[in-house]
Design a protein around this ligand. Structure first.
Ligand SMILES: *Cc1c(COP(=O)(O)O)cnc(C)c1O
Length: 389
């Protein structure tokens, strides 16, 4: 064991998730796999390899550097979409490599056309419309100028899609705001087509929108969190079950979406501690009897939240074991008094299943009040990722 912990990503889980999500969106909508933020902590490169095996051909990233890594890894022809950051000096690389990117302002549109003309091949673009998130996007008032410019540079601009992003589709508290965004988007698409603009893909939905607002599925869905096996929120999961008129017992959530990632380590060392001793830094944990304490070589440096000190749990031999004392930079201590004969080298699961027990990132995040997104993306890229069946 060269590394102190490993992340496994499961092919069968991803395959099942993609099958479920494709069935949900139907045969007329395309599946785009969102792999920004190191594929939500799963690792861009292994995740792209795995996704291609599962038939995925369209990847959406945030930045040019993520597109670079995706391009370097993939072996099949397909689409790569940059949804966010690409500076003008990287546009040439994108156009040369047939990578499409969002256009949310005139400046980038002009540079895209200029670059395409210089290279003698069209730039593939997605027009991002401002509908109410107020992050990036073309304002309604700018649309006539954008359309005029595109018509003047028709040969150099290929519009792959028209798109937008919602301001929190996972919570019903945003219902009116989302509804307004949907209306605006539809009206503007109609207007653009009326102006003679041609585009194949209207896409607005992320995971939550695809479930909570099925009309947003349109021509393509950009699936992030759900493909990795997480419901965007408990509300979304409940909503799904209500729509299907099925209780959580009828279709357990884990049957629909399966966690792709498992994070595991091993016991580094075991020691006996007398009653009345403090464990780890400071005085937050006092032994009450003779206890067996195991150290596990994973700490907050590795993305295990320090806020789980004295509160987190890990799995050993298919049972929960309590984290005791403060989580250190590189390790944590676990109470293994009730695991007779425990020895160093035994497997410790930090996130995922072991026998019948499971630690979900969800329960992790209930404790730390972080979103599962945040816990996942904080997993350092240095931890090796392994593809498993
Ligand atoms: C992150 C992101 C998504 C995917 O969101 P999920 O909630 O993870 O499904 C889709 N579209 C855009 C523009 C994004 O930034």
């Amino acid at each position: 064991m060269f590394y102190s912990s490993y992340i496994e990503i499961s092919e069968s889980a991803l395959r099942d998730n993609i099958r479920f999500l494709r069935r949900h969106i139907g045969p007329d909508a395309s599946f785009a796999s969102v792999i920004k933020a190191n594929a939500y902590g799963h690792g861009i490169s292994p995740f792209v390899t795995l996704s291609e095996r599962c038939g995925v051909r369209c990847f959406a990233v945030f930045s040019a550097s993520e597109a670079f890594e995706t391009l370097r890894t993939r072996v099949h022809a397909g689409d790569i979409i940059i949804m966010g950051s690409i500076e003008n000096d990287a546009l040439e690389w994108a156009v040369e490599n047939d990578i499409s990117f969002y256009i949310f302002e005139m400046d980038r549109l002009e540079h895209a056309a200029k670059t395409a003309r210089k290279l003698g091949r069209p730039a593939r673009i997605h027009l991002e419309l401002e509908t109410g998130l107020n992050r990036t996007g073309i304002e309604e008032s700018q649309l006539p100028a954008v359309v005029a410019f595109i018509k003047d540079n028709e040969r150099w601009l290929q519009i792959d899609g028209v798109c937008s992003h919602f301001a929190g589709a996972e919570s019903v508290s945003n219902y009116f705001r989302i509804q307004k965004q949907i209306d605006r988007f539809k009206r503007r698409c109609t207007w653009l087509r009326g102006e003679g603009l041609q585009f194949n893909f209207r896409h607005t939905a992320c995971s939550a929108a695809a479930f909570n607002y099925p009309e947003t599925i349109m021509d393509m869905v950009r699936f992030g969190i759900a493909q990795y096996g997480f419901w965007p929120s408990q509300e979304t999961q409940m909503q799904y079950h209500i729509q299907k008129n099925a209780s959580l017992e009828d279709i357990p959530a884990t049957k629909l979406l399966r966690r792709v990632l498992k994070w595991k380590s091993h016991i580094m060392s075991v020691k006996q501690v007398r009653p009345g001793e403090f464990v780890s830094y400071g005085t937050t944990y006092l032994t009450t009897r003779r206890q067996t304490i195991a150290s596990v070589p994973v700490g907050y440096f590795h993305g295990f939240p320090r806020s789980l000190s004295n509160r987190g749990q890990v799995l050993i031999r298919g049972r929960r074991a309590q984290v005791v004392g403060m989580v250190n930079m590189n390790m944590m201590m676990v109470d293994v008094t009730d695991f007779p004969g425990i020895a160093k080298g035994e497997e410790v699961v930090i996130i995922g299943k072991q026998k019948k027990a499971q630690i979900t990132v969800g329960s992790f995040s209930d404790l730390t009040r972080d979103l599962s997104y945040e816990i996942l993306v904080r997993l350092p890229s240095e931890i090796p990722r392994k593809i498993v069946r």
